[in-house]
Ligand binder design. Structure first.
Ligand code: NAD
Length: 427
């Protein structure tokens, strides 16, 4: 019998975070109940299908025994309940805690004494104690710390990353009290091979995650700003970054691009900004980073307009193909993807737009050729391998005259030499 046999884990929210965790825990001997309000997703998991494009997960799914359901009554059976629901922002960038609150409201009536509840969703400091705990206590009649345990362990998974996975990414854990902390730390140590670092409080653990993602957002904003500046100065930002990267200390490489996407980097900083604002502090630096990164789709379209102009083509009435809808390579996740803003701006400028993404078949042209057909300009919005392989000849054969490399993933010199109006982001 394996170490964790007989223990039952309930994972609430079976998305990019919850599903890999559920599969890992199952492999480590836990009986796993998966709960999701999305009935279609539940049905797919019951049929051993991966609900999103991920070849590694799909393999694990084929053998899974996860008991997927939309019935929250099932949490009664669990020793540990892990909440992995989304934490998006509203259109005005204010944190949207409805999924977290909704999940807690549904869990609460079935909460049992001695259970451990862990929030994995990314939240600003204070949410586990001030939002999750009162909902669970009110709906269950139980007391946190006395009857049930409560912890926060922010997930750091990077979907599509083959090296760093849920199995080997170190974790930080905060607990409501010593017992909660110990049980949560023990749980993660029983399933992952990496360090599990106990933090001093729930708030500290919550802060770790928003700081990590804010750090990345700020660094990307810096290189994006340099890209916009250097495009006017005639300096290739990529060459400069590669030069600076030879310094073995005190420089960390980040690259500019046509925008920041995904459920984390363009979202999580707003949680910190808003939390600090309500506590009397204005995060100017972080707010500016968000503003700069949000400008990148517009800058990208400006590059397309300028490139087309050099070929005597006006954007109004031109056909532009946008390649890539996913926010990053080799996955189909489109959340907050800058590609959508690029498409919107192009349409506002009067362009006819086609889109293609092999990972998002339902929303795009049937093939690359179909998307490119008749296009005067192409914008690469995602550095999928299939796009990185494209040659100048391919575009020339399709009568494309301008290529905007929104991910700086094509060999610039070759494209320019071939007579295409090539522009990257800052090069
Ligand atoms: N995607 C990432 O790369 C990533 C990485 C680290 C952390 N996170 C964080 O993890 C959390 C989850 O993100 P995700 O990417 O897995 O989201 P996701 O949208 O892929 O999955 C969330 C799942 O929760 C379900 N759900 C929503 N409300 C629910 C409710 N009330 N009860 C039960 N199920 C509910 C949804 O149907 C969905 O299947 C977020 O807080 C996110 O910021 C995400």
């Amino acid at each position: 019998m394996r170490q964790n046999d007989q223990k039952t884990l309930a994972v609430v929210g079976l998305g990019y975070v919850g599903l890999p965790l559920a599969l890992l825990a199952e492999r480590k001997g836990y009986r796993v109940i998966g709960i999701d309000i999305d009935k279609k997703k539940v049905e797919m998991i019951q049929n051993k299908q991966c609900p999103f494009v991920d070849s590694d997960l799909a393999k694990d799914m084929a053998e899974t025994r996860i008991e997927a359901t939309s019935d929250f009554l099932k949490v009664k059976d669990a020793d540990i309940i892990v909440i992995c629901v989304p934490t998006p922002v509203y259109e005005n960038h204010m944190p949207n805690l409805e999924p977290v609150e909704g999940a807690c409201i549904e869990i609460a009536p079935f909460l049992q004494k001695k259970q451990l509840v862990i929030l994995e969703s990314t939240v600003n400091p204070g949410i586990t104690e001030n939002v999750v705990m009162p909902i669970l206590e009110k709906g269950s009649g139980l007391k946190a710390g006395k009857d049930f345990m409560l912890a926060h362990c922010p997930e750091r998974i990077n979907p599509g990353d083959k090296k760093w996975t849920v199995k080997n990414i170190p974790r930080v854990v905060g607990g409501l009290d010593k017992k909660s902390l110990k049980r949560a730390v023990d749980f993660y140590r029983s399933i992952i091979s990496a360090e599990v670092k106990p933090m001093n409080s729930l708030k500290e653990a919550e802060a770790v995650k928003v700081v990590e993602n804010s750090f990345r957002d700020i660094n990307i904003a810096f290189v994006n700003e340099l890209a916009m500046s250097f495009s006017k100065l005639g300096i290739d930002i990529i060459d400069v970054i590669e030069g600076a990267s030879t310094k073995p200390f005190a420089f960390m490489t980040h690259y500019p691009g046509c925008g920041v996407g995904g459920h984390c980097i363009p979202v999580d900083p707003y949680y910190l900004i808003e939390y600090a604002r309500t506590n009397g502090f204005q995060h100017d630096f972080l707010s500016l980073a968000r503003k700069i990164n949000n400008q990148m789709p517009c800058f990208t379209v400006d590059q397309a307009i300028a490139s087309l102009n050099t070929k005597g083509v006006n954007i109004a009435g031109a056909k532009v193909a946008v390649l890539g809808l996913a926010y990053k390579p080799e996955i189909g996740d489109q959340r907050e993807s800058p590609a959508f803003e690029i498409v919107k701006i192009l349409k506002e400028k009067g362009a006819n737009v086609s889109v293609y993404d092999p990972f998002v078949p339902d929303q795009s042209a049937a093939s690359l050729d179909e998307a490119i057909e008749g296009s005067q300009a192409v914008i690469i919005a995602t550095a999928h391998k299939a796009f990185k392989k494209l040659t100048p000849d391919y575009f020339l054969n399709h009568k494309v005259s301008a290529v905007i490399d929104g991910r700086n993933c094509l060999p610039k010199e070759k494209f320019i030499r071939a007579g295409l109006a090539y522009r990257g982001i800052g090069r």
